[in-house]
Design a protein around this ligand. Sequence first.
Ligand SMILES: [Ca+2]
Ligand SMILES: [Ca+2]
Length: 168
Amino acid sequence: MWFSWFDQNKDGRVCSEDLETSRNKFANLHHLNAQRKKVAMDTFSAWWTEYLMWGKSEITEAEFIECQRRAFEIDKEEFGRRMLKNEEIVCNLMDTDGDGMITEEDHIIMFKSTEHNDEAVDRKWFDAYSPVDGKVPVKTVVDFWTQLLTCDDDTKPDALVKLFKAGI
Ligand SMILES: [Ca+2]
Ligand SMILES: [Ca+2]
């Protein structure tokens, strides 16, 4: 579910061109100046390449699942740390003003960067975090997505799984 989220053209693979499109959209929607744009673009690339493409320039869904499965089987705790790190990087990237909070606008921009363009839908995802005054702490978002990526008990209720399964 998580991987296919980033497979914007639904051809079963995620590649460097997708990364290029996403990071440009992210920087442009945030209206970042040249210096901040460079930092954000570099972080975006490093994150995407490591955690989505496992260091490759292109990866299929089957390869991605195999990489994740192997890492999980080899060392579950290390896998958990890897997924946490992944979410810390991407959630801190969303917090462009560095105040430790992610606004609804920040979140919508990240969704739009990966071609999830329907704002009404994007707002439902943001609501899952129970925001206060249109904001949530970065850590809350990190926790939600790390839980999604690491929990091996599929009977445990998961707000994000519910949204994925609802096809939202
Ligand atoms: Ca694709
Ligand atoms: Ca912020």
